[in-house]
Write a protein that binds this ligand. Structure first.
Ligand code: FES
Length: 105
């Protein structure tokens, strides 16, 4: 798979708070970033079920994203719908170079 890599403006890896979702317009997509245990994950900023903004949700005890609208859960590492409704959250690869964040779309 060939990606178009986009630098995330206005934020450095070291400046991102742990366990807090942030969303950005990257290229032409709304992408959310989440730093967890010093790893960074990128995924679609809106829920694949009915489009709620995932940054308004929270993380459960396993570190899975909980959508604020109907509480479906997603693994930020692979987009798996861990509450079992059969949806898939789109995820994106990340590269960190000298503290700059690049997301592959
Ligand atoms: S919109 Fe996210 S679970 Fe329904």
């Amino acid at each position: 798979m060939l990606y178009n890599w986009h630098k995330v403006d206005g934020v450095l890896f070291s400046g991102i708070e742990e366990n807090k979702m942030l969303d950005f317009l990257i290229g032409d997509k709304q992408v959310a970033l989440l730093k967890k245990e010093n790893a960074l994950y990128a995924f679609a900023a809106t829920c694949p079920h009915a489009g709620a903004r995932l940054c308004d949700g929270w993380l459960d005890a396993q570190g899975h994203i909980v959508c604020p609208l109907h509480k479906y859960r997603f693994d930020p590492a692979n987009g798996r719908n861990t509450s079992g409704e059969g949806y898939k959250l789109k995820t994106y690869p990340i590269e960190i170079t000298e503290d700059y964040i690049y997301v592959g779309l």
